[in-house]
Design a protein around this ligand. Structure first.
Ligand code: AMP
Ligand code: ZN
Length: 448
């Protein structure tokens, strides 16, 4: 049984989809005005683990993650560079997909772009106006009237008295205090990037994008809506108001939020300039997968403080694991006991730290290597650490090392242990270690 924490009920609940085995999951994607930082990718890894867990539970998953390719920040930055918005943002969209690949985040089924759904957004807003849930201002902007939606605040638990009805927020930027009517459509001057609408030229607000694109591909009610915790209010609250106002049905049965990546106690963010890109990690010699491992060592609902030491520890753990699994035989029937415990951990609100601990316990257990090999490959379907490239696969040994190993074998057989030791040290100096086994010497790459 899969249990997930639902931000709507503030409880861990059993996950049951609307139409089993089908499951529809929507994750809020990036705003492509710059490169994504590893904080953003923590949320993407969390969403990937959620999708992989659903698949491991034999659900038939349809996943959607949008690309916000139009908003105030994109328009401002593109203008500064004298570029069209598509020309400007495509570099960041491409980089985003590249980085997802490096982190072994599985491709989603649909990656809709906001700019390609503007006509649908206009139609959606027209319905909200007709239903009396939205109003048009003199300047041609359209706002959602939160006083007309009685359930406003149900996700974030806002007290009604905090609502400043009748006051409005136009910007895509927001603060927790902005509990007020929000823009569905923003009127703009003719020189700005925009689209025609019944209310004049303008562009859609950020929240309407996600309501329209999620329902377009997943239907009126989503099984799960995921995103970073900072999106809970107002973004997801506003998505609920728009979507439930539009359909009269529940928008999502589960809202699942991932906690932040911190640096020295503060949220990693562009505005604080305390962020690292994935390429910054690579420039320091770390593999992107070491970051994925690091993220898995924390529960998704706990904050994770990023340090270079913890990343080094994750890289070492990954290197060690690879060396261990190389020594294993062909996968055969797995260790049922550990596989079961692993799934129990992951099905308990995606508890990856416990799942990793179970995996290590299995590695150290007395089960035959072939059984461990089979089990780790199964576990890796959820973890996504790419062990399939290592299990039972010997490393490529350079010719000069091979020669020294052969030479040492001969010397050892002849009983010259002093020279044999010297050769072993020479091999070590080249980054390889020898282990004498009953089947002959085994060569391991030294982990630095
Ligand atoms: P953005 O590009 O700012 O719209 O963010 C894309 C996603 O990354 C959203 O789901 C955010 O909640 C998430 N995010 C932003 N900063 C962090 C952080 N420091 N840790 C985890 N997730 C984050
Ligand atoms: Zn969204």
């Amino acid at each position: 049984m899969l249990k997930i924490y639902n931000s709507l009920s503030r409880k861990v609940e059993e996950f049951i989809p609307l139409n089993p085995p089908k499951v529809g999951v929507y994750t809020c994607g990036p705003t492509v005005y710059d490169f994504q930082h590893i904080g953003n990718f923590r949320t993407m890894i969390f969403s990937d683990i959620l999708l992989r867990t659903l698949m491991a539970n034999n659900f038939d998953v349809k996943s959607v993650r949008n690309i916000t390719d139009i908003d105030d920040k994109i328009i401002k930055a593109a203008k500064e560079k004298n570029l069209g918005i598509e020309e400007f943002s495509s570099e960041f969209t491409t980089a985003f997909f590249n980085d997802l690949g490096k982190l072994n985040i599985l491709p989603v089924d649909v990656s809709p772009k906001a700019t390609e759904h503007v006509t649908k957004m206009v139609k959606y807003i027209e319905v909200l106006i007709k239903k009396g849930l939205a109003y048009i201002e003199d300047d041609g902007s359209v706002y959602f009237d939160i006083s007309k939606f009685p359930n406003y605040g149900k996700l974030s638990g806002l007290e009604k008295r905090q609502l400043k009805t009748g006051t409005r927020i136009l910007s895509d930027e927001y603060s927790k205090e902005d509990v007020q009517d929000f823009a569905l459509w923003k009127s703009i001057s003719p020189s700005e990037v925009g689209y025609d609408s019944p209310w004049g030229r303008g562009r859609p607000g950020w929240h309407i994008e996600c309501s329209v694109m999620s329902q377009e591909y997943l239907g009126e009610t989503l099984d799960i809506h995921a995103g970073g915790i900072d999106l809970l209010f107002p973004h997801h609250e506003n998505e609920i108001a728009q979507s439930e106002g539009y359909t009269g049905k529940p928008f999502a049965n589960f809202f699942v939020h991932g906690e932040h990546l911190l640096v020295e106690g503060a949220k990693m963010s562009k505005s604080l300039k305390n962020f690292y890109k994935l390429s910054d990690l690579e420039d320091k010699g770390f593999e992107p997968l070491s970051y994925r491992y690091l993220v898995l060592t924390a529960h998704y609902r706990d904050k994770l403080n990023f340090t270079w030491e913890s990343l080094q520890a994750a890289q070492n753990a990954l290197n060690n694991l690879r060396e261990i699994v190389r020594g294993w035989d062909e996968p055969k029937i797995g260790c049922a006991e550990f596989e079961q415990r692993f799934m129990q951990a992951i099905n308990n609100d995606l508890n990856t730290p416990t799942a990793l601990a179970v995996m290590w316990e299995m590695i150290k257990s007395d089960y035959p290597a072939s059984a461990k090999a089979a089990s780790i490959l199964k576990m890796d379907k959820v973890l996504g650490l790419k062990f399939d490239g290592y299990v039972g696969k010997q490393i490529e040994i350079p010719d000069n090392v091979k020669k020294l190993v052969d030479q040492r074998e001969n010397v050892r057989e002849s009983g010259d242990f002093e020279l044999s030791d010297k050769l072993r040290k020479e091999i070590k100096g080249l980054g390889y270690e020898l282990e004498d086994t009953s089947k002959g010497p085994r060569i391991k790459k030294l982990i630095t």
